[in-house]
Every structure is written in structure tokens, then in C-alpha cells.
Design a protein around this ligand. Sequence first.
Ligand SMILES: *Cc1c(COP(=O)(O)O)cnc(C)c1O
Length: 394
Amino acid sequence: MKVYADNAATTKLSKTALDAMMPYLTDTFGNASSLYDIGQQAHRGVKAARETVAEVINARADEVYFTSGGSEADNWAIKGVAEMMAKKGKKHIITSAFEHHAVLHTVKRLEELFGCEITYLPVYENGIVRPDDVKNAIRDDTALVTIMYANNEIGTIQPISEIGAICREKGVIFHTDAVQAVGHLPIDVKAQNIDMLSMSSHKFHGPKGIGALYIRKGIRIPNLIEGGAQESGRRAGTEAVYAMAGMAAALKEANENLESSMKKMTALRNRLIDGLLKIESSRLNGDRENRLPGNVNISFEGVEGESLLLYLDMKGVSASSGSACTSGSLDPSHVLLAIGLKHEVAHGSLRLTLCEDNTQEEIDYIIDCVPEIIERLRSMSPLWERIQKERGNV
Ligand SMILES: *Cc1c(COP(=O)(O)O)cnc(C)c1O
């Protein structure tokens, strides 16, 4: 059996998205800036895609800017606000300890280059930022609060509406990396007081290499790319109309099925969590309730995560041991360390992220495969032997 359970890393392109893209990859190849018919058809494609994306998050079309993806949207939002606010003498940025590297590496860079001061809020054992901590961290020179909507490794959903309300009241710009949330959870940028929001198409069954940044009307961050008049002159370059059309179609589809897919995935997720927690010395990482419907993240003591992944791969199961970006390095996940896991426990973690196409048979297959792999790995593990000795089990 083949089971794809790494949907937080990327998702399969949906048929609807592919169909929406095909015309722009074939007959409707015009440049959206050209005035003749196939150019104008492309132009209408861009306009329609922007309107669809805006509608799903309750924004206006002129508040949505297409980017190459989530990383670019995060970079633009954070660097843009930092540059804009530095002119007003505001150089303090508040974020959390377990953001995606597109955020963490960006604020680090701002610290090194421009002397920005960064506050990293704790996320506690449940993996959730406390709104009171945000409130207490805000200073007169705070330029930006950037807190992710939902974590990509442990799936915990942050109190975005509360944080948004605090920032609005204090007059501080609030950005959220919502790459794991858009298309998976209901979002309303107006009701939730979100000033800027990043999203990425390939996390909701759209094509890779396209995303968007929502910038609330009235916030004038510097342009990202100078050149032509595309994206209102703020991000120049001939539009990838096929990608925009695919992203919009995928998002519309995800949003239309949101309620039923959330329900289905939550049931599958809970079945998988309950099944895997039967294994001795295992723990669920991150809050169980405030959690993305498709996210399972479990640590197994005395096990090496990378080996677990290799054995699972041989069984046909695609999973992850942290974020795809950090696998390949030996450092344990900064997310798992941020929720207080010891290095050796963090190393033995498994992330399985589901989508609405996963079936109960697939979940049961995973629940079947994992225990024997864990048992085999533990039988060869000096670490597990030591743990057993310490507990007086041998
Ligand atoms: C995937 C991801 C990103 C990066 O998005 P890309 O489109 O791959 O650049 C950023 N933040 C989070 C939370 C993600 O999961």
C-alpha cells in the first residue's frame, strides 16, 4: 500500500486546479499586460484569481498580492514593515519561538543588518502563544507582531483573533504566516483584525511556486520588486497566470468543502493519534484540541526519527520527522525544543499530516506498521536500553 501522509510539506495538485491551469499553459498564453484579445483573456484570468483568493479570506481584491509562495510573502511582509517602521524609529519585532524559518531567519537577518530587536514569545508545552504575553511584550517602539496561524510541525492553532484585537487596540501591525491554515480553517482577515497574511498554494492542492500576501488597505510597505506595473507596481514581473488560476481554483474548492473535510480529517486524525499512543513511551506533541484537523505529531522514546522514516518509506508510507526543511540536518526541530522536549526525545518524533483523500484503511495500515518498526528500532537502540535500565525494567 502507498500512503502519502506528508501534506504539511506539500499536497497533490487537485484535478480542478489542473483544469483551471491548462488554458493558460496552452492557447491563452498571452501576456496579461498586452491589449489584444489573448492578452486581455490572461488579464481577466489574473483578475478573477485575485478576486477568488480575496473572497475566501474576506479581503478586497486590491489587498491581495501574488508572490512566488509562502516564504516570499513572509519575507516581504516582515522586511517591508521593518523598513517602513525604522523610519519612525520603531525597531522592535515580536514573534514566537516556533515560527517557520521563513520568519525566524528573516527577523534574525533584520537584527544583524539593522539592529532590530526581536522578542521571541514562549509557546509553552501545549504549543500555543498566550495573548497576554503579546500584550505585555508590546512597547512604544514595537514595529510588528508576527505570529503564525497554525504551526507546520505540531499543528497547533494560535489565538489569532485575540492577538489581532490586542495589536489593533495598541496600533501595532499584525502579520500572520497562515500557510498551514488557508484552505484548512475558516479565516476572516477583517473580523480577526489581521493586517497582513501569508499563504501558499501548494499547501492546499494548488500548484507550487505561487502564493499571496494580503496587505490591508492603508498599509504602505515598500515594493518588493521594481519594474513593471504588475501587482499594482509592488511586485513587478510578468504574471504566471496559469499558477494564479490553479491556486484560486484549489482554494475555492478547499473552501467549499471546508466543513466536511475538517470533520472527516479530524476523525481520521483522532483515530491515528489514539492508535499510535497505544505504543509504550509515546507522547503527542502539541495541544490535542486546538490542532489542525490533519496533524499528528508523536514522539517515541529511544527511537531515531530518521530511521523510523526510512522503515516507513519501505512500507510505502511517506511521512516526516519534523519539517521537510530541517530533515537532513542533525539538529532537533526548533519547534519540538520550543515546547520543552529534550533533544533525545525530539529526535524520535514522527509527523503524519493528512488530507481529505486519506482513507480509514490507510490510517489503519499506518497504525499496523508503526509498532513493529518501533519495536525493531528499540531492540537495536543503546538509548532505549539505557532508558529501560534507568527505569529498572531490565
Ligand atoms: C510551507 C510553509 C512556508 C513556506 O511556503 P513556500 O510556499 O513553500 O515558500 C512558510 N510557512 C509555513 C508555516 C509553511 O508551512
